[in-house]
Write a protein that binds this ligand. Structure first.
Ligand code: FE2
Length: 287
């Protein structure tokens, strides 16, 4: 398999969002505004929290895209203006299509607040094509037990298939546009290659450890952007520690992106409409 070349490596800067949640924002930022169809990637924690210290994201709206929350440690409770409610735990994924709009809160679970613990997770924003921006909100709350985990022949590489396909195993989450979302773990000394469709944009985010992409060394909290030149992506773990990373690829939508905070539309007029609809309670109200 020929490998895509690395076009850029940069480090996600430490930041805070919501009610004081410590995170690293991979993008948007000075190094990358978006990578069509991906709009944002936040790495929450891992933050050790004393009892009463856990923070989250109080009520805020979304319209025009999807949020994908993947929890590694801790507990997050979700509630929205249309009466949906759920808790995600380690290994679970919530794929939320905000579509025409909602107001939701993403708060630490009761146990995490009471007893303290560690909050660790990732949130990705995936854009929606124009025709789907005003679709009805939809949730795919997927427990860890329903997300396939597959190993290579030697057992040195583990792939959790959130979306797309690897090692002959398909993820079960339905995406509007073709998306590959893999959480890969490589033991020291192992290699892995993943096919990526020629027309997709692809990037990797290193959660933990150090890795090599075409002999370019990368470490934790770094984002790796690839060109579209090869059949796939090659990853190596030179060791000595385990390498944990996300590999993401998606078909570019190729439409104008107008964004204002939690709203991502195609034009300024649609953004003005979104703010208006939110302020007049047309995305519902979260009590
Ligand atoms: Fe949100």
């Amino acid at each position: 398999m020929t490998h895509r070349s690395v076009t850029k490596v940069f480090t996600a800067a430490p930041s805070h969002d919501g009610d004081g949640v410590a995170l690293r924002r991979a993008f948007p930022g000075p190094d990358l505004m978006d990578l069509d169809p991906f709009l944002l990637l936040d790495h929450l924690g891992p933050t050790p929290l004393a009892p009463g210290e856990a923070r989250g994201f109080p009520p805020h709206p979304h319209r025009g895209f999807e949020t994908v929350t993947y929890l590694l440690e801790g507990e997050m409770e979700h509630r929205d203006s249309w009466g949906n409610h759920g808790t995600i735990r380690p290994g679970d994924v919530q794929w939320m299509t905000a579509g025409s709009g909602l107001v939701h809160s993403e708060l630490p679970g009761e146990t995490l607040v009471r007893e303290g613990g560690t909050l660790h997770g990732l949130q990705l924003w995936v854009n929606l094509p124009k025709k789907d921006k005003m679709t009805s909100p939809r949730y795919q709350d997927t427990p860890a037990s329903s997300i396939p985990v597959v190993r290579n022949a030697g057992g040195t590489v583990t792939a959790k298939v959130v979306a797309g396909e690897t090692l002959g195993t398909k993820g079960m989450i339905e995406t509007r546009i073709p998306i590959l979302y893999l959480h890969l773990t490589l033991e020291p000394g192992s290699r892995f290659e993943q096919e990526v469709p020629k027309t997709s944009n692809a990037f990797a985010y290193v959660i933990e450890g150090t890795g090599e992409f075409n002999d370019i060394a990368v470490r934790d909290h770094q984002v790796v952007l690839f060109d579209r030149g090869g059949e796939g992506v090659g990853i190596a773990n030179p060791g000595p520690a385990r390498l944990s990373l996300l590999l993401l690829a998606g078909e570019p939508i190729g439409q104008p992106v107008a964004r204002y905070g939690p709203f991502v539309m195609n034009s300024k007029e649609e953004l003005v409409q979104a703010v208006d609809d939110y302020q007049y309670g047309r995305m519902g109200v979260l009590a």
